[in-house]
Design a protein. Structure first.
Length: 248
């Protein structure tokens, strides 16, 4: 059974079981210390605004929040809450479109992708999702997927944001994209579109850092001036999408 009434690392572990499309909300704290050190060395003003995209439950952002200078820090993700219904036997979880994405019981967890399951588990999953209740405001309990630790940080705002869309908040001087812009999630044309949008989101001159820390911490730090992008530091060979940024 999944209990979202936990805090800290237990909350992050609970949230990590959710899968939205092809993306699990898997993360952990202290994922990119080398990158945080590199960001401490740039001339980021104390009144700068930081936009952190695809931040999952936000726990990996805690080091940046605690160590970097800023006036406002926005922790954002596309999937910020989950609907929940419990019928005394099963827990049903729903995405922002009210589609059932996960069912759990005392014995099983089902994801809504039965075509990848073997018999008889595919039939059991199909039966479970076919019988799932309808998620409505009157019946669903909506639970935030942001870690409670983030909500207690001064100057930090958590909100929904699609990294492919324009950022409508205050213009940032630094954009952080950690463990989201990689080829296990997106095709190259999608990655290029996301990178272009992140550059447009900046307040004129600024910085973008793209981080991969799934196994080894790799990252690429870029400065942006009049939409001209320059690589200023590459950690452990750089992020997987470094070449896409340089080639734009």
């Amino acid at each position: 059974m999944i209990d979202l009434k936990t805090t800290g690392s237990e909350f992050t572990s609970a949230v990590s079981v959710f899968k939205f499309g092809s993306t699990f909300k898997t993360t952990k704290q202290s994922r990119f210390p080398l990158t945080i050190k590199a960001l401490q060395d740039i001339d980021l003003a104390s009144d700068s605004i930081i936009l952190d995209v695809g931040a999952s439950d936000g726990v990996a952002s805690l080091d940046a929040i605690r160590l970097l200078k800023y006036s406002q820090y926005f922790v954002t993700d596309l999937n910020t809450n989950v609907g929940h219904i419990f019928d005394e036997k099963k827990h049903y979880f729903f995405d922002s479109n009210d589609n059932c994405i996960l069912i759990s019981s005392a014995r099983f967890i089902w994801y809504n992708e039965a075509e990848n399951a073997i018999w008889p588990f595919n039939q059991l999953a199909n039966k479970a999702f076919t019988a799932a209740p309808v998620c409505q405001q009157s019946t669903c309990n909506y639970v935030s997927l942001f870690n409670p630790e983030i909500n207690n940080c001064p100057g930090v705002t958590v909100q929904n944001h699609n990294l492919f869309k324009p950022w409508n908040g205050p213009k940032p001087g630094l954009v952080i994209a950690a463990n989201i812009l990689n080829r296990s999630y997106f095709h190259d044309n999608e990655l290029k579109a996301a990178i272009d949008q992140l550059i447009k989101n900046l307040a004129g001159d600024g910085y973008i850092v793209i981080i991969d820390s799934r196994e080894l911490e790799r990252s690429s730090l870029f400065s942006v001036s009049a939409e001209k992008v320059e690589l200023i530091q590459s950690i452990n060979g750089g992020a997987e999408t470094q070449s896409l940024v340089i080639a734009r």
